[in-house]
Ligand binder design. Structure first.
Ligand SMILES: NC(=O)c1ccc[n+]([C@@H]2O[C@H](COP(=O)([O-])OP(=O)(O)OC[C@H]3O[C@@H](n4cnc5c(N)ncnc54)[C@H](OP(=O)(O)O)[C@@H]3O)[C@@H](O)[C@H]2O)c1
Length: 248
C-alpha cells in the first residue's frame, strides 16, 4: 500500500519515505527546548481503545513514531502512559541507531518520565536495561520508598513541590542538555504542556476509527487552552491521516 502525500506537493511514495530525514528544530531563542507533541487519535478524538493507543494507529503511525524517535534528544512521557502502555527502553534497531549517530545524536533518545507520586514499580519493563536508565522528573511530595526502590535503575531529579508545571519540565530537560523533546503523552501531561504554552509543533495521526464512550481526548484537563495551528504536511496511508502542525 503506497503512502499518499496530500500536502505539500501531492504525490505518492513508498511508506519508507514517510518523514525520511526528518529533523526537529533547535529551540527558538529563549525557549530552552523545542517540544514536538506526537499522538494518535480516533476520528472522534479518543486516545485509546481498551486503554491502549495501539488499538488506533496502523503501520504508518508506527513508522512516524520511529522516525520521530530518530530525531529527538529525549522522549517525554507521563507515568500513567509508562504504566498503561508498558513502555520499554527506546533503544531502537541498528538502522535507527546508525542514522542517529550519523546526525551527531546519541545512539538512542533518552526517556524522561514525569511523576508527582514517584510510584513506578521497579519491575516495570522501562527499567530493564541498565545501560538506558530513564530520567525520572518528580516532586518533593513523592513517595520516598517508591523512589528508593528505583534509585539504582533510574536517574531521578526532584524538581517541584507537587505537580510539575511545563516551565519546570522544560527547564529540567534544557539543563540536562536535551533540547529536542518529543512529548509522547498522555493526555494529562499534554494538558500541562499546552497550558504552559510549551508545545511547539504537533504530529497527529488520525485513525479511521470511532470510539465513543468516556475515553479521554489526546489533551485532557478542565480548562480550555485554545491554540491555533498551521498545517505543515499531510499524508494518508490505509486510511490513517498523518498530520504535522506548527503552533502559532
Ligand atoms: N493515543 C496516544 O498517542 C497516546 C499516547 C500516550 C498515552 N495514551 C493513553 O493515555 C492514557 C493515559 O492517560 P493519562 O492522562 O493518565 O496519561 P499520563 O499523562 O501519561 O499520566 C498521568 C500521570 O502521569 C504523571 N504526570 C503527568 N503529568 C504530570 C505533571 N505535570 N506533574 C506530575 N506528574 C505528572 C502523574 O503520575 P503519578 O500518578 O505517578 O504522580 C499522573 O498521574 C492511556 O490509556 C494511554 O494508552 C495514548
Amino acid at each position: 500500500m503506497t503512502l499518499r502525500r496530500l500536502l505539500p506537493d501531492p504525490g505518492t511514495s513508498a511508506l519508507d519515505e514517510l518523514y525520511a530525514g526528518l529533523t526537529l528544530d533547535d529551540p527558538a531563542p529563549g525557549r530552552g527546548v523545542h517540544v514536538a507533541l506526537c499522538m494518535v487519535a480516533s476520528a472522534d478524538g479518543a486516545v485509546a481503545v481498551d486503554g491502549l493507543s495501539s488499538g488506533l494507529g496502523g503501520e504508518a503511525d508506527l513508522r512516524a513514531l520511529s522516525r520521530l524517535r530518530g530525531a529527538n534528544d529525549v522522549s517525554l512521557v507521563g507515568a500513567g502512559t509508562v504504566r498503561d502502555e508498558g513502555y520499554v527502553p527506546l533503544t531502537g534497531g541498528a538502522d535507527r541507531q546508525a542514522d542517529r549517530r550519523a546526525r551527531g545524536l546519541r545512539h538512542a533518545p533518552r526517556l524522561a518520565v514525569v511523576t508527582a507520586s514517584g510510584r513506578l514499580a521497579p519491575d516495570l519493563e522501562v527499567f530493564s536495561d541498565p545501560a538506558e536508565p530513564p530520567i525520572v522528573l518528580t516532586s518533593r511530595g513523592a513517595d520516598r520508598d517508591a523512589l528508593a526502590a528505583i534509585d539504582d535503575r533510574a536517574e531521578g531529579h526532584v524538581v517541584a513541590d507537587t505537580d510539575l508545571d511545563a516551565a519546570t519540565i522544560v527547564t529540567a530537560l534544557a539543563e540536562l542538555g536535551l533540547p529536542r523533546v518529543l512529548c509522547e503523552g498522555g493526555p494529562r501531561l499534554n494538558q500541562v504542556m499546552l497550558a504552559g504554552g510549551r508545545i511547539d509543533e504537533v504530529f497527529l495521526t488520525v485513525a479511521p476509527t470511532l470510539v465513543g464512550g468516556p475515553v479521554p481526548r489526546i489533551i485532557g484537563g478542565a480548562i480550555e487552552v485554545v491554540t491555533q495551528l498551521t498545517l505543515v504536511s499531510a499524508y494518508e496511508h490505509e486510511g490513517d491521516l498523518l498530520l504535522r502542525y506548527r503552533c502559532r
